[in-house]
Design a protein around this ligand. Structure first.
Ligand code: PEP
Ligand code: MN
Length: 263
C-alpha cells in the first residue's frame, strides 16, 4: 500500500497548515528531550521567530543506558501540549509503548516512532489503528526494504498519514555517530508515495555537520529536515554534543532558508 506503483500521487500529511509531501520543504525542531516547561517554551519561542511550525521533544526517551535520563513521560507530553497551544505549534513526540498510543492522541499532533522501535510490530500496528500522523524513523541497522515494510505495517491498519525519516544507519565509520544514507531519500521517494524527512542531528551526531547535511537533504529532495535545538546544550540531559544553541539555530535557518522549496 505504500508503493508508488499502487498510488502514483504523493501522500500529503497536513499538520498546522504545513502540507508535508506536496513539494514544499519544512523544518521540525526542538530539544532532544523535554526537560521543563521553561526549557521547552524557550525553544518554542525561537521556532516561532524562525517560522517553524512543528516542535519536537522527547518525553519517553529510548536511552542506550538504563541509568541515563529516561524523559519526563506523560508530564513531558503535557508540557509539550501546553507549549504547543501557547505558541501555535504542532507537537511531535516519540511513543515507545503500544499502550501509550491512545494517550498520546490527546497530546501530540504527530506520533514519532523511533529508530529503536522501527520493527516493534505491535507499536506499528497500534499507530496504524489510529487517525494521527506518524513519523517513522529508519532503524539503526534497517535496510530500505525493511524500512518500507515497517511503514507498510502502519498503512495496512488504515493509517496512511506517514512521514518516513532517514536518521543515519550504523556502519564501520566512526567519524559520525551514524552514517547518513542520503541516497535513501530519492529511493524512498521513488518507491513510495510518502513524504521523507532527514534528521541531521542523530545521523551525524556532530554540530559542525548540521548545515552541510541539511543542505544535502534539501537539495536531494527531502520534504523537510529535523534538528535538535536546546537553550543551553552543554547542560542538556541528553544529546548535549549535537544540539544547537539559539545562535547556532539562527545561523542554521539563515543558511538554509534560501534553499527551501516553497510553492
Ligand atoms: C529522537 O529523535 O529523539 C531519537 C531518539 O532519534 P532516533 O530514534 O532516530 O535515534
Ligand atoms: Mn536526541
Amino acid at each position: 500500500l505504500v508503493s508508488r506503483k499502487k498510488k502514483p500521487e504523493n501522500t500529503i500529511v497536513e499538520v498546522n497548515g504545513v502540507r508535508i509531501g506536496d513539494g514544499n520543504q519544512s523544518f521540525i525542531i526542538g530539544p532532544c528531550a523535554v526537560e521543563s516547561y521553561e526549557q521547552t517554551a524557550a525553544v518554542a519561542e525561537q521556532a516561532v521567530k524562525q517560522g517553524v511550525k512543528i516542535l519536537r521533544g522527547g518525553a519517553f526517551k529510548p536511552r542506550t543506558s538504563p541509568y541515563d535520563f529516561q524523559g519526563l513521560g506523560l508530564e513531558g507530553l503535557k508540557i509539550l501540549r501546553r507549549v504547543g497551544d501557547e505558541y501555535g505549534l504542532a507537537i511531535i513526540s516519540e511513543i515507545v509503548n503500544p499502550a501509550d498510543i491512545e494517550t498520546a492522541l490527546e497530546y501530540v499532533d504527530i506520533i514519532q516512532i523511533g529508530a529503536r522501535n522501527m520493527q516493534n510490530f505491535e507499536l506499528l500496528k497500534a499507530a496504524g489503528a489510529v487517525r494521527k500522523p506518524v513519523l517513522l524513523k529508519r532503524g539503526l541497522a534497517a535496510t530500505i526494504d525493511e524500512f518500507i515494510n515497517a511503514a507498510e505495517y502502519i498503512i495496512s491498519q488504515g493509517n496512511d498519514q506517514i512521514i518516513l525519516c532517514e536518521r543515519g544507519i550504523r556502519t564501520y565509520e566512526r567519524a559520525t555517530r551514524n552514517t547518513l544514507d542520503i541516497s535513501a531519500v530519492p529511493i524512498l521517494k521513488q518507491e513510495t508515495h510518502l513524504p521523507v524527512f532527514v534528521d541531521v542531528t542523530h545521523s551525524t551526531g556532530r554540530r559542525d555537520l548540521l548545515i552541510p547535511t541539511a543542505k544535502a537533504a534539501l537539495a536531494i529532495g527531502a520534504d523537510g529536515v529535523m534538528a535538535e535545538v536546546h537553550p543551553d546544550p552543554a547542560v542538556a540531559l541528553s544529546d548535549s554534543a549535537q544540539q544547537m544553541n539559539f545562535d547556532q539555530f539562527d545561523t542554521f535557518i539563515t543558511e538554509l532558508k534560501p534553499l527551501v522549496k516553497v510553492d
